[in-house]
Design a protein around this ligand. Sequence first.
Ligand code: HEM
Length: 433
Amino acid sequence: MHLQLGQVPTLVISSPEFAREVMKTQDKIFASRPSLKATEILFYGCRDIGFSHGEYWRQVRKIGTLHLFNSKRAQSFRGVREETVAHMIENIRLASASSLGLVNLSEFVKSYVVDVIARVTFGKAFLGKGVPERIHRLVEENGKLLLGLHLEDLFPSYKWLEFFTGLNAMTMKTFHGWDDLFNELIDAHIHARGGAYEGNSDFVDVLLTFQKEDSRDGAVLTREDIKGILQDVFGAGTDTSYVLLEWSMAELIRNPNVMTKLKEEIKETIKGKSIVDEDDISQMEYLRAIFKETLRLHPPVPLLIPRESTEDTTIQNYKIPARTRVFVNAWAIQRDTKYWESPEEFLPERFLHNSLEFNGNDFRFFPFGGGRRICPGMHIGISNFELMLANLIHHFEWKLPNGMKERDMDMDEAPGIILKMKSPLLLVATDSQ
Ligand code: HEM
């Protein structure tokens, strides 16, 4: 579908055949990103991975994929996740004891994901007094700035628009909040490590090893580049993961049979232990199927991150001019009756005993995108999700408050680039231990 959004020619792709053209056959032509006002400011003039392009993008993407987000590194943060989960479970227990069981689960899962990401990025030792609170506030502000389509992005040549919308001033305020924080924490790392970053494994340490002339892979990052990449980790790695936990819990409440099956799988796997750890997680097929089904029905980035064509091209006789903005509608394709049986139903079983994966090769199911822009952080996303969900289910009995019925649940989606639930998920938690 072609839409003229303000001054911007826009293409929305809603079929697997066209998605394949954009993310595989003509991936090179569609691998660029448009320049958007808030991202331009927040990501240091797009020095990050998600919004940069060309040779610079190739270099930072390589650093991200090989050194920050690979499965080995994700695995090395196991202790961080297990500790944060245990802490969060305790907090939920305390909250439910003081409020007749009622908890705002949305707040807890958000807090969990932001805490894990903050620890893997900066290291626990550097998260001193007041720092976690500042990070939480800035992530919240990012959410408001990055989620919408701003007028400035639809009429890029009308520079005067920013005087009316106030977007510039708002974004600059948040940017300075992040910039101060990044500078403080980078300086603290330089001071504490005395130049010996290797062997220390938080993201700031890893990125600082690329600041030197003799750094690995021939890449040399400036401090601005490092801050741009750090901004990506929070921009791309927090909201995406916590909304998935929210949606999955909502679906488990609406589908008690799925909840029961998951409980049984957990019980059989952990054999009487008090907490689910990551060795257990690797054996849970049904949990992985729930992860996939949540990604299918509620993809956190429903239109992926917008792309932009770099030259004139043709897809099945349609002429696509250079600089067309492209949204790939994963949400619509993953609910299309042509490719899915009972697509509106939450049926994790559809992912059992088959090879349907989200590795970007199947254009009916691509919640992490595809081609050269495919999400590099998926290992971290998976681990954050599975450990938390399994422990939430293992430690508590969950039900709706005040005799509310499943059919009364508000499953509406809030508008925005990230698919959030419109209303927070309020549930009653009873300790099941
Ligand atoms: C379950 C959670 C997550 C989902 C569903 C998700 C989804 C996505 C999607 C759809 C894209 C765009 C792909 C495209 O344009 O084809 C993306 C890009 C990206 N994601 Fe994720 N993501 C998740 C978690 C994370 C995490 C935890 C991190 C890092 C800590 C991360 C880092 C990135 C980065 C850096 C990009 C930009 C890649 C590029 O443009 O080259 N993501 N993600």
